[in-house]
Design a protein around this ligand. Structure first.
Ligand code: IMP
Ligand code: MG
Length: 185
């Protein structure tokens, strides 16, 4: 019998970013953020659910105090293309007024989700608001937004793993891979 991971791996066409590559880059991002935010009161905001694994690793790579908060927002149903409809399913617990907020997000695709989210959060008047994305698909952008911190720029392919899902599956793969087209067609 195949183990869980091997079972999931059957649906992966190829690995785009392996575990070690991701971990090294996340460590670099954590070090950069630690320097840039030294001495500041930081809220690291996890955008559920896709960013959860990235957020947990990034937080541990940061050598400064951070408060953690969580928000659930999505522009995707269970489809592989954006619906353009952004909904907040769960808001943050803490006030961000006068605080330095770093949004940890899994991927910037059309950019619609994050540009909407930034608009909402800026109304709350944080001291600063920056976006830290693990992945960026710049070719897919439909609005004027770029991540302030980015792990990897990737081509226009649908990827899963390390928090990213297809129909809520594959989030627990430790690497990022491209799904076989027959998996979602
Ligand atoms: P955007 O609003 O089009 O930028 O979409 C951002 C959201 O779409 C992300 O937070 C992901 O949940 C989802 N998404 C975009 N591309 C992918 C992908 O390749 N795999 C899995 N989810 C994706
Ligand atoms: Mg998703």
């Amino acid at each position: 019998m195949l183990s869980g991971k091997e079972f999931m791996a059957q649906d992966i066409d190829h690995v785009l970013l392996d575990e070690e590559t991701i971990q090294n880059r996340v460590r670099e991002l954590g070090e950069k953020l630690s320097k840039d935010y030294e001495g500041k009161e930081v809220i690291l905001l996890c955008i559920l659910k896709g960013a959860v694994i990235f957020f947990a690793d990034l937080a541990r790579a940061m050598k400064i105090h951070v408060k953690m908060d969580f928000m659930a927002i999505s522009s995707y149903g269970d489809a592989v293309k954006t619906s353009g409809i952004v909904k907040i399913a769960k808001d943050m617990d803490s006030s961000i007024t006068g605080k330095h907020v770093i949004i940890a997000e899994d991927i910037m695709d059309s950019g619609l989700t994050l540009s909407h989210l930034c608009r909402v959060l800026n109304e709350r008047q944080p001291a600063s608001l920056k976006v830290c994305c693990l992945l960026d698909k710049p070719d897919r952008r439909e609005c004027e937004i770029t991540p302030d911190y980015c792990g990897f720029k990737i081509p226009n392919e649908f990827v899963v793993g390390y928090g990213l899902d297809y129909q809520q599956k594959y989030r627990n793969l430790p690497y990022i891979g491209v799904l076989k087209p027959e998996t979602y067609k």
